[in-house]
Design a binder for this molecule. Sequence first.
Ligand SMILES: Nc1ncnc2c1ncn2[C@@H]1O[C@H](COP(=O)(O)OP(=O)(O)OP(=O)(O)O)[C@@H](O)[C@H]1O
Ligand SMILES: [Mg+2]
Length: 399
Amino acid sequence: MGCFAFFKTNPKSRDRKYKPGGGAVSTETTSSSNYETSRSNESTGGKHTSKSTASTSSQRSISAMFEEKAGVLRVFELAELRSATNDFSRMLKIGEGGFGSVYKGFIRSADGKGDRITVAVKALNQRSLQGHKQWLAEVHFLGVVEHPNLVKLIGYCSDDGERGIQRLLVYEYLPNKSLEYHLFNRAATPLPWNVRLQIALAAAEGLAYLHEGLEIQVIYRDFKTSNVLLDNEFKPKLSDFGLAREGPAGDKTHVSTVVAGTHGYAAPDYIETGHLTTKSDVWSFGIVLYELLTGRRSLDRNLPGNEQKLLDWVKQFPVESRKFSMIMDPRLKHQYSLKAAREVAKLADRCLVKQAKGRPAMSEVVGVLKQAVEITEAPPPQPSAPTNSERGKQKPTGS
Ligand SMILES: Nc1ncnc2c1ncn2[C@@H]1O[C@H](COP(=O)(O)OP(=O)(O)OP(=O)(O)O)[C@@H](O)[C@H]1O
Ligand SMILES: [Mg+2]
């Protein structure tokens, strides 16, 4: 795939991540110059660029907003995090992504009183040129946003010492793995229909907040099941803000970036042009909706050729056709509302229209998912009591 000039193989090798390359590495946390994004008008054409341009409006940048919130995040010493994770013990490793390894750890509370807090510590790959950039983006965005469906960043560590450049992030610990695990891992108990819907709704609320609920627009850019973490009650939180970008400011329609994201989830218009908008996230959301319906991955090389690409496969079972229910995850064992499933598939189809402008805003997606939840929760229609004449027609039961 020639247009993905910058990609990286995920250690789990199931999906490939393409990441922006190059760019200066700086430890400064106040400049927006570390983001390879520029803001453009649709009319200016879509040349990819790796240079930043300052916002032309009076809107504050994410780094300025971060500065204002300075002090919300804890700054950790490397030694503290080493001790929290038992020197990054393999026993405490809970995951590995394209940018580094994640460890479970235990830290003291900020005031030093009370019980120790369980955290997730992400150590960014030292060799990755992108490590610093991702780290900085996470610190900036997660330092500013605040929403029940976004993972909470507790603090960070930046250490340029004998062991080289170390960049770490300390998050609240989510004890129930990721949506990816629960949807696709054979060892996991299948997720019931209502839980899938609740997860979709809450994740949509998280994205709607990023797109529409802040002073600036935030484009998440990496929406996928492995980035949706779950708490004990299966409430989802979006994690991984390394690729997040500020949306276009003022009268601009998009930001131009070097294409980055994950194969199978990135919007085709974005891949082709490098024009990033909130509608790129809406596309990825549509993909995840189909993953929730079918229990299949957006790309699965283990399936027969014509079934490997989820979108191509589901097209054979249109939402209004009688064949539609054949796409539904067999692990649901028919325990779902077909009406709600159809609404979700229709919504997914709207999220997945080629023209980015035709895709719904995330707030609209939230509204449709709320209706799907209502349909699912509505008591099934009661069979009406037979009338006397009908009773007479009833076949006798038993002998
Ligand atoms: N805050 C957290 N609490 C608990 N587990 C976490 C937390 N953050 C990450 N993890 C675990 O670490 C794993 C790796 O996360 P990471 O975001 O680095 O990679 P990924 O999402 O699997 O892949 P990619 O790099 O492509 O995004 C997650 O799937 C999850 O299981
Ligand atoms: Mg991730």
